[in-house]
Design a protein around this ligand. Sequence first.
Ligand code: SF4
Length: 71
Amino acid sequence: MHVVVDLNKCQDHGQCVFSAPSVFSLDARGKLAFRAEAEATYVSPPLGDDHRDDVEEAADVCPLQAITVED
Ligand code: SF4
């Protein structure tokens, strides 16, 4: 499973951080930390199934629909 974040849609609201704090975080400037790793589309390394419920909730609550979960 991978998390894919469209960084052009994301507006750094941070709801994903509350839903899946083991995967999502904000940096010291309040920006989604993945911005340091990708320009437009962040693709996570493989994530274990123990993260699935949290990242699916993050995808649901993201107000910009910027998160997708891919197998
Ligand atoms: S909830 Fe969506 S818009 Fe907010 S920081 Fe996370 S990915 Fe970006």
